[in-house]
Design a protein around this ligand. Structure first.
Ligand SMILES: NC(=O)c1ccc[n+]([C@@H]2O[C@H](COP(=O)([O-])OP(=O)(O)OC[C@H]3O[C@@H](n4cnc5c(N)ncnc54)[C@H](OP(=O)(O)O)[C@@H]3O)[C@@H](O)[C@H]2O)c1
Length: 370
C-alpha cells in the first residue's frame, strides 16, 4: 500500500533531515512550505548538495516532491476550502515540524505560529477522510524552568513556569495536541528533541542551529557595546560574567540521529492515544564545554558565576535582554528517554557530542560559493 506523507517545516534545520530520511522509504512526499519565504525546492536542493546526497537523488527531487505553499498562522493553512479538503483527503500521515524557534520573539507571535499553526495542522488531519496519522514535533524544553531532577516523557505541566515564551508556546501546542487526540479519539506521536546540533559546517544557504544563534547574539552584543575585536592591536579579550552552575549540563542531540529516531518511532504501531518520546542523547554536555566552545567562536572570556553581579558591565546588561539563553547555563536536569531506549537499545547515538564535534558544525567558516 502506498502511504502518502506530508511534512511541514521541510526547509528547516530539522525538517531537511526528516525529509532526507523520509525519502529513503517514500517514493514521493508533499512538502507544506512557508508561503512567500523563498524558493523551497531550491533551498531543499542546496541542502541535499551541501550534505553530500547522491546526484541521482538530487536530480529526482522535483519529481518526488510536491510543494504546497502554506501559512501556518492562517485558517486552513491559507488554502481555499477546496484545496484544503483535497490536500487532507490525499494524506495518510502528517509530520508537523514547522514552527518558530526564535527565543527572542514575543509570546503573541510565537503563539500564532507554534500554537495556532499546530491547531491548523490538526484541522487538516481531522478533515482527511483517510484519518492521517499525526507526528507532532515538540521539544524536550516543554519541561520549562525546572532546572534539576528528571523530566519524564509523559509529564506535561507548567508548575515550574518557563524560561522564555518559546518554551511556553511549545507547551501550549502540546496541550492542544492532547486535547485534540481525546476529542477526536485519534492517536498522535509527540516527539521531543533536545537542543539539535550538527557537525555539518555552517553555510549561508543552510538554516542555522541554536548554538549558531547564540554565537550571533554574542557577536552582536560585542559590536553594540563597541568592544574591540582581535584585529585591533593591543585589544584584550572582553570578560563577561554569566550566571550559571559549574556542574550544569545540557542535552545536545545530533539532528541527523534525531531524525532517524523520529522516523523509526513513527513506523511503530500507535497505542491509540498520545505517545510522547524524548529524543535525546545518552550523555549530556557539561556547561564548561559549551563555554569553551563559545570562547573559541567569539572574542571574549566567559566566566560562569553563581549570581548576577551588582556591577554589571554594559555588555553584561545587554546580554540580559536575551531570555532563556543564559538561563540554560544553570540547568542540571536530565531528560528521561526510557521509552526510546526500551525500543531501540541503550544508545541511539554511538558517539559523544564533544568540543570537536560542536566545533565542526560551527567553527570552520565556509566559502560562500559552491
Ligand atoms: N532546532 C532545535 O534545536 C530544536 C530543538 C527541539 C525542538 N525543535 C522543534 O523542531 C521543529 C523544527 O525546528 P527547526 O530547528 O527545523 O526550525 P527552523 O530551522 O527555524 O525551521 C522552521 C521551519 O518552519 C517553517 N515555518 C516557519 N514559520 C512558518 C509559517 N508561518 N508558515 C509555514 N511554515 C513556517 C520554516 O520555513 P521558512 O524557512 O521558509 O521560514 C522552516 O521550514 C520546531 O517545531 C521546533 O520547535 C527544534
Amino acid at each position: 500500500m502506498v502511504v502518502h506523507v506530508a511534512l511541514t517545516g521541510a526547509t528547516g534545520f530539522l525538517g531537511l533531515r526528516l525529509l532526507r530520511r523520509l525519502l529513503t522509504t517514500h517514493a514521493s512526499l508533499t512538502v507544506l512550505t512557508h508561503a512567500r519565504s523563498g524558493d523551497a525546492l531550491h533551498r531543499i536542493t542546496r541542502f541535499f548538495k551541501l550534505s553530500g546526497a547522491p546526484d541521482t537523488l538530487i536530480a529526482a527531487l522535483p519529481s518526488r516532491l510536491r510543494v504546497v505553499e502554506t501559512e501556518l498562522e492562517r485558517p486552513r493553512l491559507g488554502l481555499s476550502g477546496n484545496d484544503f479538503q483535497k490536500l487532507a483527503d490525499g494524506l495518510d500521515a502528517i509530520w508537523h515540524s514547522a514552527g518558530s524557534i526564535n527565543l527572542e520573539d514575543d509570546l503573541a507571535r510565537l503563539r500564532r505560529i507554534n500554537v495556532e499553526g499546530t491547531r491548523h495542522v490538526l484541522e487538516l488531519a481531522a478533515a482527511g477522510h483517510r484519518n492521517p496519522a499525526v507526528h507532532h514535533v515538540s521539544t524536550a524544553f516543554v519541561a520549562g524552568a525546572r532546572r534539576e531532577g528528571v523530566a519524564y516523557e509523559d509529564e506535561l505541566d507548567d508548575t515550574y513556569g518557563f524560561e522564555n515564551a518559546y518554551e511556553r508556546s511549545k507547551y501550549e501546542a502540546e496541550v492542544l495536541v492532547r486535547a485534540w487526540s481525546r476529542a477526536h479519539d485519534r492517536p498522535v506521536l509527540v516527539l521531543r528533541p533536545s537542543i539539535l546540533v550538527t557537525d555539518l559546517p555552517p553555510h549561508p544557504d543552510l538554516p542555522s542551529h541554536p548554538l549558531q544563534v547564540i554565537e550571533r547574539i554574542l557577536q552582536d552584543s560585542l559590536r553594540t557595546a563597541g568592544l574591540a575585536g582581535p584585529g585591533i592591536p593591543g585589544s584584550s579579550r572582553p570578560e563577561i560574567r554569566l550566571v550559571g552552575h559549574p556542574h550544569g549540563h545540557l542535552n545536545l542531540m545530533p539532528v541527523e540521529d534525531a531524525a532517524e529516531v523520529m522516523v523509526r518511532l513513527a513506523g511503530r504501531p500507535p497505542s491509540g492515544g498520545v505517545d510522547t518520546y524524548n529524543v535525546v542523547h545518552g550523555h549530556d554536555v557539561p556547561v564548561p564545554t559549551i563555554v569553551a566552545l563559545l570562547e573559541r567562536l567569539v572574542y571574549l572570556n566567559l566566566d560562569v558565576v553563581a549570581r548576577k553581579p551588582d556591577d554589571a558591565s554594559a555588555l553584561e546588561s545587554l546580554l540580559d535582554f536575551y531570555p532563556g539563553f543564559t538561563a540554560y547555563l544553570s540547568h542540571r536536569r536530565r531528560f528521561d528517554d526510557t521509552r526510546v531506549r526500551t525500543l531501540f537499545g541503550p544508545s541511539t547515538t554511538g558517539f559523544r557530542v564533544d568540543l570537536d564535534y560542536l566545533w565542526s558544525g560551527l567553527g570552520p567558516r565556509p566559502a560562500t560559493a559552491g
